[in-house]
Design a binder for this molecule. Structure first.
Ligand code: CU1
Length: 165
């Protein structure tokens, strides 16, 4: 009986240790996730019309925001290229329409378009690019969207870009 109880106790202690480790690990990864999400984002695209991020939330307290865009597909940029563009929500349709005429070399945005708050290079399958931009011109609580300005993509490839204080 005594032997049985002590075995049970050891098993229980082992279980509690494991649980403590799990709780600690989960706690650390949640903290790390929040710290990473505030100023730098990894966004994935592929051989389809979709961003991996539906919406993005940034903090104005970040001096600059970096978006790392990875194309995990295999089609080249002139067939299924994607970029990441930021604009005020009211400007998105007009910026995308003007971008159609601009062409691939101009990243499908009109040259010196002041409505474009940030624009990345156009990437094809297997390529990665990064765009960094200051938060100085962004207003907390403002109405912004990110989208892909490659012709025909912006209706499916867009999401809210929320700026918190
Ligand atoms: Cu696209």
């Amino acid at each position: 009986m005594t032997l049985f109880l002590s075995i049970k106790c050891v098993v229980l202690r082992g279980f509690m240790k494991t649980m403590m480790k799990v709780i600690l690990c989960v706690g650390f990864s949640v903290t790390a996730g929040i710290a990473q999400a505030a100023c730098t984002f990894d966004v994935e695209v592929g051989d389809y019309l979709k961003f991996s991020a539906a919406d993005m939330t940034v903090e104005k307290s970040c001096e600059s925001i970096t978006v790392n865009l990875t194309h995990a597909g295999s089609l080249p940029a002139n067939v299924m290229g994607h970029n990441w563009v930021l604009a005020a929500s009211n400007d998105v349709d007009a910026v995308a329409a003007d971008g159609m005429q601009a062409g691939l070399d101009a990243k499908y945005v009109k040259v010196d378009d002041s409505r474009v708050l940030a624009v990345s290079a156009v990437v094809g399958g297997g390529e990665t690019t990064s765009v960094s931009f200051s938060t100085a011109d962004l207003t907390a609580g403002g109405d912004y969207m990110f989208f892909c300005s490659v012709p025909g993509h912006s209706y499916n490839m867009r999401g809210m870009f929320v700026v918190q204080p």
